[in-house]
Design a protein around this ligand. Structure first.
Ligand SMILES: Nc1nc2c(ncn2[C@@H]2O[C@H](COP(=O)(O)OP(=O)(O)OP(=O)(O)O)[C@@H](O)[C@H]2O)c(=O)[nH]1
Ligand SMILES: [Mg+2]
Length: 447
């Protein structure tokens, strides 16, 4: 499914203009192809920055600094050459085409990292961490992804796998000497060993729930009557003038989203149309969208105009959201409070109360789980496989507790093997090709 025999090329820097742009090649012909581009016969010195002129055809396209990382000490484990040119999309494209003309194939998304994985430079969680690191929105997400890249999860899984391997070996030996029955490990030892393993898997599961929060973040829908200041509050929390604000009720019609960092948590804020009965057909579509956004959000932030008395529309909205995870912000506190309830009095205009609102959001999203300790596991794929392993280990343990020596070793072995397969699917030692294709397709091209 994945050819690794050829040489791939891609622009590794993001699309657009910049000071520097990098074209990267990997594969057996990378070195030779770059020599053609440079019209150079002398070999490049490994890991030395070499200045040269890129000459596709018979003209000079750009000056560039070229670095060769010979196999196996490179990102992919193959010969890699990085060409740093000026960050012009036109020049970079020209270099890309010239490399393709000289024999390279345009890389698929994630193909460099895929090769790093296939060549054993990274295991699967580490490769997935590369994508998470690139996608990180908050510093906490970035640090958590970096830990995974450094091998924190790899290490924890390997420890469980090693203990499991040892148990399986002893049980298999017992099966080979059937007269003895549990000859190489007695049921009490086996139960203790399973308890230790379950302790390790369940602590991963607990961390995983927090990890999901760190990695994927949560949605907060900002809802309320027209003109209470939802868009103003959205802009204030986003730190940017994203949504249009006017004194005219019914300004916002669409859903507007922005991802923000709330004390380390990745939060997607959704601004929406003011909720009211309206004859305006566009606005009523907006109101429908607002109600949908409210439905799917993890937390609903109901905004009311704290400088005026509550009316029926406010009351209906408060009633409707009362069973949800919800915060009520009393906006326009700078105008003087009509309602004297002090909680979450805010002013989108002056910024008063916004820190308290952020704290309240964080508390409501993360609960008492402090997100300060970085969780080792964040990815749903890993989490569901640990769940599978944990389930199989519990089954084996329960059978032994209930029936002691009368449980056939084969039965216990089957569950231990299920647990082990799940762990190997995390590390990538036993991962089907279509799943690999899926995992790597979420990478950007050039990574
Ligand atoms: N004094 C004061 N005015 C505010 C505050 N927040 C918003 N406003 C004003 O209230 C008006 C409505 O603000 P928006 O943010 O557009 O309100 P909205 O809830 O998004 O309104 P719709 O999109 O129409 O539903 C604008 O004139 C804002 O300048 C505040 O904290 N204090
Ligand atoms: Mg608005």
């Amino acid at each position: 499914m994945f050819s690794t025999a050829d040489t791939i090329v891609a622009i590794a820097t993001p699309p657009g203009r910049g000071g520097i742009g990098i074209v990267r090649l990997s594969g057996p012909d990378a070195h030779a192809i770059v020599q053609v581009l440079l019209s150079r016969s002398a070999p490049l010195i490994p890991r030395h920055a070499t200045f040269g002129k890129i000459c596709p055809g018979n003209h000079v396209a750009d000056h560039a600094v070229v670095t060769l990382f010979p196999s196996p000490h490179s990102y992919t484990g193959e010969d890699v050459v990085e060409i740093s040119a000026h960050g012009s999309p036109v020049v970079l494209r020209e270099i890309l085409v010239a490399a393709a003309d000289a024999g390279a194939r345009l890389a698929e998304p994630g193909e460099f990292t895929l090769r790093a994985f296939l060549n054993g430079r990274l295991d699967l969680p580490q490769a997935e961490a590369v994508a998470d690191l690139i996608d990180a929105v908050t510093p906490l997400q970035a640090r958590t992804a970096f830990d995974q890249l450094e091998g924190t999860l790899t290490h924890r899984i390997a420890e469980i796998d090693k203990a499991l391997f040892d148990l399986i070996a002893r049980l298999e030996a017992s099966v080979d000497f059937p007269d003895e029955g549990y000859h190489f490990i007695d049921p009490t030892q086996l139960r203790d060993a399973l308890d230790d393993l379950l302790c390790a898997t369940s602590s991963l599961l607990v961390e995983g729930r927090r990890g999901r929060l760190v990695r994927d973040g949560l949605q907060v829908a900002i809802v309320g009557k027209p003109n209470v200041g939802k868009s103003s509050l959205f802009n204030a929390l986003a730190g940017a003038e994203r949504a249009i604000v006017t004194p005219v009720p019914g300004t916002t019609r669409d859903l507007i989203t922005e991802t923000v960092d709330i004390d380390g948590l990745r939060v997607t804020l959704v601004d929406s149309a003011g909720i009211r009965d309206t004859d305006d057909s566009i606005e009523s579509v907006g109101v429908g969208l607002a109600e949908k956004a409210m439905h799917v959000a993890d937390v609903v932030l109901v905004v009311i105009d704290g400088s005026r008395p509550l009316d029926g529309v406010d009351a209906a909205l408060l009633e409707k959201t009362s069973h949800r995870k919800r915060l009520v912000a009393r906006n326009k506190s700078d105008l003087g409070a009509f309602d004297t309830t002090p909680e979450l009095a805010v002013s989108a205009k002056t910024g008063a109360g916004l820190d308290a609102l952020r704290d309240a959001l964080h508390e409501m999203l993360a609960g008492n789980d402090l997100v300060r300790d970085r969780p080792a596991i964040t990815n749903l794929r890993h989490l569901s496989l640990v769940e599978r392993a944990d389930g199989a280990l519990s089954r084996a343990r329960d059978a032994i507790v209930e029936r002691g020596k009368s449980v056939a070793e084969e039965l216990v072995l089957a569950d231990l093997q299920i647990a082990r397969d799940a762990l190997e699917e995390i590390s990538g030692r036993r991962t089907p090709d279509d799943l690999l294709a899926h995992i790597f397709s979420r990478f950007c091209i050039g990574k």
